[in-house]
Design a binder for this molecule. Structure first.
Ligand code: HEM
Length: 407
């Protein structure tokens, strides 16, 4: 793709083939227009170094989304309240304070307690597949595990987990660049219902303190205190909603891509079989190669420059993680899926002060599930009917049927 073909690129109206394969478009942008002015006046960043610069300097690049979300949702809308209160879309000093409190819930000890639970869940799904001889990977595997894990972490009872799924999807869909009125309405309703649900759960926990696990995030966060600071009730509710959302669909997409990419690269399955210690770099390579979150945003607080382009204060940038993760200046032969790639400083979990708090949980889910899957079903193959989600920010599958019988 040459410079003139990419000059008109519009992230709000991507070309027809973009969802199936965004990488040729992103490579052309990175080469010819790494700081590309989108028709709506925002900028699209595709170089690794530019994305890292924006991630790491909150004094210049703000995560606060009030200016973007006021016209999008309306300042009185529940979606506005949620997306401007949760930890990911705020700046210091509030971000520093809330993140510190949040980290109470993500200790090494809490994580270690999850490994046997994750292994048991994965084995249970795989037992069913063995009986059936076939499976729908998204519905029966990669979607199920993260929601169980994040609901376990938070202390959401088993019978309520499907409710959470629908709310999470509706609230995250509202972050897509373009929305219908129906999507907005569902998103707003979901925030209201989710908040009421968590308020009740918290009340129940307060009334029955013995029912809570010591590592349960809801109660850990409600009680967390640092330097005399605590979360307000509104911050607590929105942080929990965000955590349920953040820790769910992202991991689902990582697991679906893990299964999909390994199948597309049988040479890499053979490498992993010969060197099981490659499981951890393999998970990193899946995250690099098909970043579950493909776009993050920041807004400039002052005039600044990236790759020789001057950007005035108030500029919104889209950091295209999917493009940065395939920047040849950072990753030699970037379109090659190489499970032994080292170093692999991908940006799937972002970088800087907002870097993903849950990345150790996600890595654990990836390691345990893909390892168990390949050990038990080394010869699985995909069946017809794989269907990609049309969303741009979250890259994943709606359906991924697989045949577990030997090929
Ligand atoms: C493969 C799975 C995951 C991916 C790709 C992912 C990706 C990300 C990214 C890119 C950000 C930064 C957004 C920004 O800077 O604008 C982020 C933040 C965050 N993630 Fe994750 N995430 C994953 C799993 C999880 C899990 C499992 C949890 C919790 C259980 C979680 C909790 C969070 C939280 C709380 C933040 C906000 C951090 C802050 O703003 O300081 N994530 N994640």
């Amino acid at each position: 793709m040459d410079a003139s073909a990419i000059a008109e690129f519009d992230l709000l109206n991507v070309p027809a083939g973009y969802v199936a394969d965004p990488y040729p478009y992103l490579a052309a942008l990175r080469e010819h227009a790494p700081v590309h002015r989108n028709p709506d006046g925002t900028y699209v960043l595709t170089r690794y170094d530019d994305c890292v610069a924006a991630y790491r300097d909150p004094a210049i690049w703000s995560s606060d989304k009030k200016a973007d979300f006021a016209p999008k949702f309306g300042v009185d809308a529940p979606l506005y309240e949620h997306h401007t209160t949760s930890v990911v879309f705020i700046d210091p000093p509030d971000h520093t304070r809330i993140r510190k409190l949040f980290q109470f819930a993500f200790t090494r000890k809490a994580l270690a307690a999850f490994e046997p639970r994750i292994t048991a869940l994965v084995d249970g799904y795989l037992d069913r597949f063995e009986d059936q001889g076939a499976m729908e990977v998204v519905e029966e595997f990669s979607f199920k595990l993260p929601i169980e894990v994040v609901c376990d972490m938070l202390g959401v009872p088993a019978e309520d987990r499907l409710l959470i799924r629908d709310w999470a999807v509706a609230i995250l869909t509202a972050l897509e660049p373009k929305l219908t009125q129906a999507q907005l309405d569902t998103g707003n309703r979901s925030v209201v219902e989710f908040k009421a649900y968590l308020r009740d759960l918290l009340k129940h926990r307060r009334a029955n303190p013995d029912a809570a696990q010591p590592t349960e995030v809801l109660t850990v966060l409600a009680d967390a205190e640092q330097d005399g600071e605590r979360l307000t009730e509104l911050e607590l509710l929105h942080c929990c909603i965000f955590m349920l959302n953040a820790g769910h669909e992202t991991s689902t997409n990582m697991l679906s891509h893990g299964v999909h990419e390994m199948l597309r690269h049988p040479d890499q399955i053979a490498r992993l079989r010969a060197g099981p210690e490659l499981i951890e770099p393999m998970v990193e390579e899946v995250l690099r190669y098909q970043a579950p979150i493909q776009i993050n945003n920041r807004r400039s607080l002052q005039e600044t420059e990236l790759s020789g382009v001057t950007l005035p204060a108030g500029t919104t940038v889209h950091m295209i993680v999917a493009a940065a993760n395939r920047d040849p200046a950072q990753f030699p032969d970037p379109d090659r899926f190489d499970i032994a790639r080292r170093p692999n400083r991908h940006l799937a979990f972002a970088s800087g002060p907002h870097q993903c708090i849950g990345m150790a949980v996600a890595r654990l889910e990836g390691r345990v599930s893909i390892q168990r899957f390949l050990e038990r079903f080394p010869d699985y193959k995909l069946a017809d009917g794989a269907d990609r989600s049309p969303r741009l920010r979250f890259r994943g599958f709606i359906a991924l049927p697989a045949d577990l019988k030997s090929v």
